[in-house]
Design a protein around this ligand. Structure first.
Ligand SMILES: [Zn+2]
Length: 469
């Protein structure tokens, strides 16, 4: 799924851009001399208005067939495979549906110099030797762990899970779409290119394939077998929140954006990349700042968008990140469960009171606890944590009819996040009263214990008194 090359340095990108721009000026000049640009096939020379030339080899369909390979074709995908047709027959139509969505969400592609439709050739591989015999595999140096893409072609190993087979194909399709204008070297950082591919490939198949939805967050585990991004986050979040150093080096926003391992090979890196891209594309307060990213194709364009996001938004995002990861679940309710962006913790009052809504996930107290200080919490009130068949009334200690995160539903719960988001605590049960000692300067966040996928049927609030000692 990953190009697995080290990210080129800025100076190299600049040089490549300068060479490319010179070639484009030359191309424009040559094209101006041509009687009909529509029939030009300049190969390496192309104008800024056009995407890269379609360099796919012409398929020898008789040879493919003699090697046991089938060819399925739609407007935007030629699929070559040895998989049973029942497994793959819908894939070209699904790719066409994705193409429409990509044009809508990421911007229309530049046209082809020869006015050809955008089309890819994808190889879904069961028995590799058949593809070797047909001479359609990439060079041996291109290792296919799951999937790989080069130019207008991609190769992927067939998957046993129907969902993940589709997902992987869509993921590689998106890479090709995003890199067909500027190539595979001058690209945004891998967390973004992999994250956007993961994000938009996550789909809900419709009976009418053309109406399938892309860029969704799975509502359930069923139907998304093999994907596992949320499970990967949940497992690591639980394991690492009580190990601050490891958390900082594996899960913090800084680590996701600037990872030490540039190979981008672990499932956790894919999961984080997906989660971050999904967050900035869906959080109502982050979306306006990050939406120009969807049009960025080169590293320079991407860096320009990054720089346009105010520093304080990046700082708040770093704090929101662990809170979001702690809440992430199938069916996450976007209307109720995102932590708010614009509530920096700056006060350390001796005493503070606030109302904690049961219908919201993590809520900012605005309270900063200095390193070594102790915060004492006293909670009271009655609120509901479900409304069917009738409201389930809870008090701050929670109710043991049901559990979330292995704790009673409705229990008042805290989480501490260091101002830069580099360290966070796990979920800290409070109940009616409790105290927490801060090992580093920390923002105090609170919630009524419940899942982020079932906040909408809660109502009422707890009253919480916060005292810092
Ligand atoms: Zn990928």
């Amino acid at each position: 799924m990953s190009p697995r090359f080290d990210y080129p340095a800025d100076w190299l990108c600049s040089t490549l851009r300068a060479v490319r721009d010179s070639a484009r000026i030359l191309a424009l000049f040559l094209i101006a001399l041509m009687p009909d640009p529509g029939v030009v096939n300049c190969g390496m020379i192309f104008a800024d208005e056009f995407r890269l030339p379609d360099d796919r080899p012409v398929l020898d369909r008789d040879k493919l067939e003699s090697c046991g390979l089938s060819v399925l074709e739609s407007k935007h995908l030629i699929l070559v495979t040895d998989a049973p047709l029942a497994e793959v027959q819908d894939l070209p139509v699904l790719a066409d549906a994705l193409f429409v969505e990509l044009q809508r969400q990421l911007g229309s592609l530049k046209p082809d110099l020869n006015r050809r439709d955008f089309q890819l050739t994808g190889y879904v591989i069961g028995a590799k030797e058949r593809f070797e015999e047909a001479d359609v595999l990439p060079p041996e140096s291109v290792v296919i762990r799951h999937g790989r893409h080069i130019g207008y072609q991609f190769w992927m190993n067939n998957q046993s899970s129907p969902y993940y087979r589709r997902h992987l194909l869509l993921h590689e399709f998106i890479h090709c779409f995003m890199m067909c204008e500027h190539g595979m070297a001058d690209i945004p950082p891998l967390w973004y290119t992999e994250g956007i591919a993961e994000c938009l490939a996550t789909h809900e198949l419709s009976e009418d394939i053309k109406s399938s939805r892309f860029g969704i967050l799975p509502a359930t585990l069923n139907g998304f077998e093999g994907w596992g991004r949320i499970a990967e986050i949940q497992t690591n979040m639980t394991e690492l929140t009580n190990k601050p150093t490891q958390w900082q080096s594996l899960m913090s926003l800084e680590c996701v954006r600037n990872p030490k391992d540039l190979n981008f090979a672990s499932d956790l890196q894919y999961a984080q990349a997906w989660a971050l891209v999904w967050l900035i594309r869906n959080h109502p307060e982050l979306k306006p700042h990050f939406s120009p990213m969807s049009k960025a194709r080169t590293r320079g364009e991407f860096r320009d968008v990054e720089k346009s996001v105010p520093a304080e938004v990046w700082q708040r995002l770093a704090v929101l990140w662990p809170l979001f990861l702690a809440s992430l679940t199938e069916g996450f309710e976007v209307e109720h469960s995102f932590p708010p962006l614009n509530v920096a913790a700056s006060k350390s009052p001796a005493s503070e009171k606030l109302e904690l809504q049961s219908g919201k996930e993590w809520q900012a107290t605005g309270v900063l606890i200095k390193r070594g200080a102790t915060v004492r919490l006293n909670c009271m009130g009655r609120y509901s944590v479900h409304n069917k068949p009738r409201p389930w009334i809870s008090e701050p200690q929670g109710i043991t009819i049901d559990y979330a995160y292995s704790r009673p539903l409705g229990e008042i719960t805290a989480m501490l996040v260091a101002p830069g988001g580099s360290v966070c605590s796990g979920r800290i049960p409070i109940g009616r009263e409790g105290s927490i000692n801060a090992e580093v300067d920390s923002e105090l966040w609170l919630q009524v214990n419940d899942s982020a996928n079932s906040r909408s049927d809660n109502s009422g609030s707890a009253s919480v008194e916060i005292r810092i000692q």
